[in-house]
Design a protein around this ligand. Structure first.
Ligand code: HEC
Length: 125
């Protein structure tokens, strides 16, 4: 009886562990929907900041090496920026999204941005 109980706990822990790992994996489809809704307006659909508005607001090219160098695979920092927004010299550039998006959505979006700037992505092209 005791043995079964322990086995059940282990199985549960294992399942939760697997679920947790899966939650932190990029779901590109979902990320793209959020990207299009909240980010593409300024950064361009391809994130390369080549649109008229992107040039006007001077948005960052998120596929650039500069971004890769800055964030590497540091999703925490990106999540922070997405959650809190970005302002410079008292000018609001990006609105905070922590009220609009769930934490998982913010994390997923961060993973998406990291993939955009990753070198692997560039090799595919
Ligand atoms: C209102 C226009 C606008 C929107 C919308 C916008 N951005 Fe930006 N973003 C900018 C501008 C402008 C910059 C360049 C800021 C600077 O001068 O460093 C920037 C920079 C960034 C950077 C680089 C920050 C850094 O520290 O170098 C990231 C990452 C980023 N944006 C991600 C996003 C994501 C993800 C979204 C969608 C949730 C988004 N942006 C939506 C205008 C925007």
């Amino acid at each position: 009886m005791k043995f079964t109980f322990i086995t059940a706990i282990c199985a549960l822990a294992l399942t939760l562990g697997v679920m947790d790992a899966r939650a932190a994996e990029l779901d590109e489809k979902k990320a793209k929907i959020i990207w299009d809704k909240y980010c593409a307006f300024c950064h361009g659909e391809d994130a390369k900041a080549r649109t008229t508005i992107a040039r006007k607001v001077n948005a960052a090219d998120l596929t650039s090496e500069k971004i890769q160098r800055k964030f590497g695979d540091n999703r925490e920092e990106l999540m922070e920026i997405i959650s809190k927004g970005l302002s410079k010299r008292d000018k609001n550039i990006m609105k905070p999204l922590k009220e609009k998006l769930k934490k998982e959505e913010i994390e997923n979006l961060a993973l998406y941005v990291l993939k955009l700037s990753s070198k692997d992505q560039k090799k595919d092209k």
